[in-house]
Design a protein around this ligand. Structure first.
Ligand SMILES: [Zn+2]
Ligand SMILES: [Zn+2]
Length: 83
């Protein structure tokens, strides 16, 4: 799992391809991953959260509101739902 994923934002914006997975979001190049230093992280619109595509980990913890529309259905790993 040390191979860097291919990260590609759609030209029109609004979606990001991480290898063969396409999610709704955008690439963040201003904030590197604090864990692995990956310079391009991804903001996922569906879960209103930023994640590291290299580690397949969320960067921010989910909020504690069980009714939160973004966090309550957040998968343990950002790309898990596709694999
Ligand atoms: Zn990382
Ligand atoms: Zn939340």
């Amino acid at each position: 799992m040390s191979v860097h994923p291919r990260i590609e934002e759609s030209e029109a914006g609004g979606t990001v391809a991480i290898d063969d997975v396409v999610i709704r979001g955008f690439v963040m190049t201003e904030t590197a991953c604090p864990k692995c230093g990956q310079s391009s992280t991804v903001f996922d619109f569906d879960h209103d959260a930023q994640f590291c595509p290299q580690l397949n980990e969320w960067i921010e913890p989910a909020c504690s509101d069980a009714r939160c529309e973004f966090c309550s259905n957040r998968p343990a790993r950002p790309l898990e739902r596709f694999r």
